[in-house]
Design a binder for this molecule. Structure first.
Ligand code: NAP
Length: 483
């Protein structure tokens, strides 16, 4: 039974930073695909705002070129393309000055949903929130959308939350973690809470350990300056990996509703034990295999910023006590691959003496090939006695649902339409973000105080040796980083 798609009301969506990279690559092509899918209501308007001196026609031309570049297949439909470009408007506005706000106000209608997407540097988030408030644009019906980095520590996250809340209530603030917009991440919730099969086993009695990996094959090229101030812990663990951990570990919410879900995620973060120094490995890639080192692209040749981090996280509650969660993320690794792997405990007794114990592993793949694999033990076929072997029960969503390539909406498409619908389920609440920083800050402070240098690792591998040792010490091993 296919659920009904909730219709979207007409809206005015203001994209601050509409001439920037994120808007051109993701936001505007994403909106175009929603129009192509028939989800853009009559009269919807997208208003670009940036400092560049442009007329409406220039903006439409720029966006048309972005559609041709980033979604040529859909853009080849001239009628759809023209309909989308017709939704576009442009206001020249330097948010740091008082000029331009009046022109923006004139573009906005009073009787439709109003959303402000801040696709600009985070240093402008507070300026824009204040500007919207001062110029009377932040109405009770309006929504504001921001994306990471949401602060760089607890104090700055609190300051940002305070800035956003001038003019916007918590129910109007949409904090994007685009991982939450991914189909597979939502499928993790469907898998857990719409099937009777897994939930009875989803606890420390039956789960040996959980591994969450977000591996990238690319390095920091071009972003060294930004990354130096961030590092893998701030850039990936505090947000994306933390969200995946929360959705894997949380209790079933009573309803699939924003606050019910976010309350449960918050409880997980509050249950996290402080991480012991021996349970963290930091790494930085060196040069090798014809590839540059991390520091080649850093502004500081002696940078100690980590491009890799692996850690053991213990969730101190009845469900998970004694079952570690191992998190790992890094750049310049063997492959671009993200997954959550739940390794179940061995059977309590083996009736097949002399044979290795096998463990069931449930893998939820975020990328590539979003899907789910369950590793099962079966009899190795053929005569000659009882031998066991492991096989995967593999389900790639696009194959299982016979979807065309590209039919699964991009995370941004889903999230922007959720903003318009007023559904905050897949967005982070302010207290969640603060709690995540509250857990991350002491880890970063401890290694900054110790002044430790990250372990070097070779490009194209699985990270530093110490990361392997982290699991070996616990009698376990990392899953392979491969596609
Ligand atoms: P970008 O390419 O540098 O674009 C910045 C945009 O802000 C431009 O349109 C710029 O246009 C506008 N802008 C700058 N100063 C302004 C001002 N004073 N008043 C009005 N507009 C101003 O940045 P981006 O890569 O798109 O990133 C935007 C945000 O998304 C950042 O917070 C980034 O961390 C986040 N993000 C980006 C990505 C990505 O893939 N790019 C992914 C995740 C998160 P003008 O120069 O015309 O004013």
């Amino acid at each position: 039974m296919v659920a009904r798609v909730i219709p979207v009301e007409s809206f005015d969506l203001v994209v601050f930073g509409a001439t920037g990279d994120l808007a051109r690559r993701k936001i505007l092509p994403g909106l175009f695909r929603r129009l192509a899918a028939g989800q853009m209501p009559e009269g919807a308007r997208i208003i670009g705002a940036a400092r560049s001196d442009m007329k409406r026609a220039d903006f439409q031309k720029m966006v048309g070129e972005a559609l041709d570049e980033f979604d040529p297949k859909t853009a080849a439909n001239k009628a759809l393309r023209a309909r989308f470009l017709d939704c576009l408007h442009y206001v020249q506005l330097d948010v740091a000055t008082p000029a331009g706000w009046k022109a923006l106000a004139k573009q906005l209608r009073a009787d439709v949903v109003r959303a402000f997407y801040l696709s600009v540097s985070p240093s402008l988030f507070g300026v824009i929130a204040a500007g919207l408030n001062e110029h009377g644009l932040a109405t009770a019906q309006s929504r504001i959308v921001v994306e990471k980095p949401l602060g760089h520590d607890l104090a700055s996250a609190r300051a940002l939350n305070a800035q956003l809340s001038t003019g916007f209530g918590e129910g109007q603030i949409y904090r994007i973690d685009h991982y939450l917009g991914k189909e597979t991440v939502q499928n993790l919730m469907a898998l857990r809470f719409a099937n009777a099969l897994f939930e009875p086993l989803w606890n420390a009695r039956h789960v040996d350990h959980v591994q969450i990996t977000v591996a990238e094959d690319i390095g920091v090229e071009g972003r060294g300056g930004y990354y130096d101030k961030s590092g893998a812990m701030r850039d990936m663990v505090q947000n994306h990996l933390m969200q995946l951990l929360c959705l894997t570990a949380m209790e079933p919410p009573s309803r699939f509703e924003p606050d019910a879900l976010r309350d449960e995620k918050l409880k997980v973060i509050r249950s996290l034990e402080p991480v012991l120094p021996e349970h963290i490995v930091r790494g930085q890639y060196r040069a090798g295999n014809g590839q540059d080192s991390y520091v080649t692209h850093s502004e500081n040749p002696a940078s100690k910023t980590e491009s890799f981090v692996a850690l053991r996280v213990d969730v101190s509650n009845w469900r998970w006590s004694g079952t570690p969660f191992y998190l790992r993320t890094g750049k310049r690794l063997r492959a671009r691959m993200s997954e959550i792997a739940i390794t179940f405990k061995e059977t309590p007794h083996s009736i097949f003496p002399g044979m290795d114990h096998h463990r069931n592993v449930l893998v939820i793949r975020l990328q590539p090939n979003e899907g789910i694999t369950l590793r099962m033990t079966i009899k190795d076929p053929g005569p000659g006695g009882m031998r066991l072997t492991e096989v995967p029960m593999d389900m790639t969503f696009s194959e299982a649902l016979a979807l065309e390539i590209g039919a699964v909406p991009d995370a941004y498409e889903r999230l922007i339409m959720d903003v318009i619908r007023g559904d905050q389920t897949l967005f982070m609440r302010g207290d969640e973000v603060e709690a995540a920083w509250g857990w991350t800050d002491p880890i970063i402070a401890a290694w900054e105080a110790a002044g430790t240098t990250p372990s070097a690792y070779d490009p194209g591998g699985s990270g530093p040796e110490d990361a392997l040792a982290l699991l070996h010490r616990d009698g376990r091993k990392w899953r392979e980083i491969a596609v």
